[in-house]
Design a protein around this ligand. Structure first.
Ligand code: G3H
Length: 538
């Protein structure tokens, strides 16, 4: 592998529709204003690079963004707290139809930035063009779907219930100030799948952009600014270790939502002085395992395991991160899987058909090389041609076998293009692996005997939160619950679940007497309350 065979010789080699001028962001969104910033900045380097004048390969500078400090973080928190105003602010008091109208305005403005955001996803995190496009479009669809579910929820709440002599109306109410932090691998989608439902439910937001995949949020700040009342959405730029602790220590954050590591989630929650007041919606680490039974259709297993383990270079929380193949078919499986992995096309995010693209984390190729060396020291080897070859930020996927307890690859979430394969004799070994693992997101079963598959389904559903049959692990469709057990998640996300996660049921109740009914009739008839209302969203 050589640099020249994969990376552009100069920016002139990059397709015209992907080229962008460096974006040097010098402002951020706070309390309804774009605040000018002249302090520290962080340079954003792409995983894509070109040779410099001396011929040394250099990551391309995409731009830079503000590195704010605790003062700005506390100002953002104050803005969100003031906009919420203990639930009396304009936003938490706005009828659902009004909030939906603001969100629809936002979608229109977001769509205007589609091509720029997709380009930035490619440049900042190296996601290939089809997947970057899908990330944007899937996010827009998610917002529309969320709006539709919210309309349904509101319609179902637009009525009174009379039970046991009590008349009541029950609606979902906001929780308060939400601190939202997204990951680098789905910087737009996974930030928005928490942010959007949180906003729609009437909460006010502080959102921190990820280290990689930060600039792509900049074009959308103006859309937030002009679509929602001031202080509803506030951006938070800076080093997490500097800006997050004071915000959490204030005790004013009501909901922490983080897609990231369980270590960081544990740390952040502990900063909060009154943990019982904090709700956490977390999607964290995972080591999703696939099991290939002796009678599995190996062609299906190979194609799904390729998708599952190596889409976006294996940088998905839902990726298959370890494969257990029955000893009787492991050689056959590897004989098909290895060449299929080696045949994956390496290229730039915009290269037609590129499945393996440059990795955004600067030290990732070293880490992946190290965990392979560690497995080799324990007796495993790379099973596919060219596996583990590195050229700059590109890493040719490696299939490593036989992986065993004691090797880092057995337990570590590699989050990259290395696929460990384990041979097993008895399915109990696989179940025991899941029991002893710290994670519990998803698993995949490949097989054809219904009895054997059923015997695994029942224990597995109590160890992970989704069992896939003859299919890769994945989050979608977005209406399905996305959650996990143990260190993999807290709370549930899906179009509907997220709206529930970012709200609480509140009820207004009275005894079924004539004077009380008169009061209720007057309030509802004269539209005197937002909560107590039978208004119906059509
Ligand atoms: O990184 C985790 C993503 O939510 C995975 O989503 O399974 O649709 O790629 P996906």
């Amino acid at each position: 592998m050589t640099t020249q065979s994969f990376f552009p010789a100069s920016l002139a080699d990059v397709p015209a529709d992907v080229q962008i001028e460096p974006i040097h962001q010098r402002e951020y969104l706070l309390n309804g204003e774009m605040i000018a910033w002249s302090g520290r900045v962080a340079d954003v380097y792409s995983p894509v690079g070109t040779p410099d004048e001396s011929g040394n390969w250099q990551r391309h500078l995409v731009g830079s963004y503000p590195v704010c400090g605790p003062t700005e973080a506390m100002a953002a928190l104050d803005a969100a707290v003031a906009a919420y105003d203990n639930g009396r602010g304009e936003w938490p008091q706005m009828p659902v139809a009004g909030r939906i109208a603001c969100m629809e305005t936002f979608i229109g403005k977001m769509l205007e930035k589609r091509s720029l955001v997709i380009n930035l996803i490619m440049w900042e995190i190296g996601k290939n063009r089809p997947d970057a496009t899908k990330e944007f479009d899937r996010t827009v669809k998610y917002i529309y779907d969320t709006i539709n579910v919210l309309k349904d929820m509101d319609r179902n709440s637009s009525r009174f219930r009379i039970e046991e002599g009590i008349i009541g109306q029950i609606r979902r109410s906001p929780l308060g100030v939400v601190l939202s932090m997204g990951p680098f691998n789905y910087p737009l989608n996974e930030t928005y799948t928490t942010l959007i439902p949180a906003i729609l439910m009437g909460n006010t937001i502080l959102f921190k952009t990820p280290k990689h995949g930060s600039l792509l949020h900049y074009p959308l700040l103006e859309a937030f600014r002009t679509s929602f009342p001031k202080g509803v959405v506030n951006s938070l730029y800076g080093r997490g270790a500097e800006v997050i602790p004071p915000v959490m220590q204030s005790g004013k954050v009501n909901v922490l939502t983080l897609i990231g590591s369980s270590r960081v989630a544990d740390e952040l929650q502990r900063f909060h002085p009154k943990l019982n007041r904090l709700r956490s919606i977390l999607s964290l680490d995972a080591k999703n395992a696939a099991i290939i039974l002796p009678d599995a259709d190996l062609d299906v297993a190979v194609s799904e395991c390729i998708l599952g383990s190596l889409s976006f270079n294996g940088q998905r929380c839902t990726a298959i991160k370890i494969i257990w193949a029955h000893r009787s078919i492991v050689d056959q499986f590897l004989a098909k899987f290895g060449p299929a992995v080696s045949a994956l096309k390496l290229g730039m995010p915009w290269t037609d058909g590129a499945q393996i693209t440059p990795l955004p984390e600067p030290t990732k190729t070293d880490y992946l090389t190290d965990i392979i060396r560690d497995a080799e020291a324990g007796g495993a080897r790379i099973m596919n041609e060219g596996g583990g070859e590195v050229v700059e930020s590109l890493f040719r996927p490696a299939v490593v076998y036989p992986v065993k307890e004691g090797m880092k690859l057995y337990r570590d979430e590699q989050f990259g293009p290395v696929v460990p394969v384990v041979a097993y004799d008895d399915t109990e070994e696989f179940i025991d692996y899941l029991i002893t693992d710290d994670h519990g997101m998803q698993a995949s079963i490949f097989g054809s005997d219904p009895e054997a598959i059923a015997a695994l389904i029942d224990p597995l559903v109590n160890l992970v939160s989704r069992v896939n049959i003859n299919a890769q692990c994945q989050r979608g469709p977005d209406t399905f619950p996305f959650t996990g057990r143990k260190d993999s998640a807290e709370g549930t996300l899906s179009v509907e679940d997220a709206l529930r996660s970012f709200s609480i049921r509140s009820a207004v109740a009275t005894k079924d007497t004539t004077p009380n009914k008169t009061i209720l009739n007057n309030i509802v008839g004269n539209h005197e309350s937002v909560f107590l209302s039978t208004n119906f969203i059509f």
